[in-house]
Design a protein around this ligand. Structure first.
Ligand code: ATP
Length: 270
């Protein structure tokens, strides 16, 4: 059904506890949880609740996770779509889908709408794309702007969007009343990586030689998604070897694999 397309029906179980590190981002975003839980507190004093917040940071740093955690903390439905879904869409479909999304969200408010990779639709109009190929993208962007302007600030809908290219976004998106708040979600430092390891080590059966500090020291440059990946790979490697607990050797191999994968990806990009 259309409802499941945007997931708005499923109850979000993710909370801030699932998001490790990112203390500053969590602190900033806590405000949105308050807006959703108790809008009257703000509107009674004449304040206008923001409609949108932009999460800015490299891939795999937890932007989607953080947006879901806001929904989980506030106990509201989470609707999501990805900008890249619109790239090869037939004329009219992207704009119609945006309208449909907002219609459903209005019925379920208070709620969150999350738009991943917003740069795919939100690229500055009239430049950067191949000639003739970007009409539908522009239609979609225009309908997003119309929808954002079309609901009241006290309607209980908050739109969060994620990007790693804020520089290419159409300035219309960043105007007051639209995505006028930016929250940066950066790659974790050594302390952050340790915290993320702890989250993803929790479900594993670990040997006594596993030390999250050591794992964190050995993974400079890793984002949360890569750390999650390492932990899962290590468990699979240990299982394949018939072990009863995941040990440091399994992690070593898992880290090598993930680093190898990253190097391949970098080579393709450069
Ligand atoms: P992208 O820009 O590629 O969409 P993203 O920033 O939205 O990436 P997520 O999809 O939220 O990243 O992260 C992918 C997975 O990596 C999460 O589901 C989670 O398992 C893990 N992860 C990423 N960051 C964190 C974090 N700070 N704490 C715990 N887990 C994390």
């Amino acid at each position: 059904s259309k409802a499941t397309l945007f997931d708005g029906d499923a109850k979000v179980k993710i909370t801030f506890n699932d998001v490790a590190g990112l203390d500053e981002a969590k602190e900033e975003i806590q405000e949105i949880v308050e807006f959703l839980k108790n809008p009257k507190k703000f509107t009674d004093l004449g304040g206008k609740i923001p409609k949108g917040a932009l999460l800015v940071g490299p891939p795999g740093t937890g932007k989607t996770l953080l947006a879901k955690a806001v929904a989980g903390e506030a106990g509201v439905p989470f609707f999501s779509l990805s900008g890249s879904d619109f790239v090869e869409m037939f004329v009219g479909v992207g704009a119609a889908r945006v309208r449909d999304l907002f219609k459903q969200a209005k019925e379920k408010a208070p709620c969150i709408i999350f738009i991943d990779e917003i740069d795919a639709v939100g690229r500055s109009r009239g430049r950067g794309a191949m000639p003739g190929s970007n009409d539908e993208r522009e239609n979609t962007l225009n309908s997003l702007l119309v929808e954002m302007d079309g609901f009241a600030t006290d309607s209980g809908i908050i739109i969060m969007a994620a990007t790693n290219r804020p520089d290419v976004l159409d300035s219309a998106l960043l105007r007051p009343g639209r995505f006028d708040r930016q929250i940066s979600v950066d790659k974790p430092d050594i302390i952050g990586r340790e915290a993320i390891f702890k989250v993803h080590l929790k479900p594993l059966k670990l040997a006594a030689d596993i030390d999250p500090k050591e794992l964190s020291a050995q993974t400079p440059g890793f984002a949360g998604a890569e750390i999650a990946n390492v932990c899962n790979e290590a468990a699979l490697i240990a299982a394949r070897r018939g072990k009863s607990a995941v040990d440091m050797k399994d992690f070593q191999e898992a880290m090598d694999r993930v680093i190898g994968g990253l190097e391949k990806k970098n080579k393709l990009i450069s």
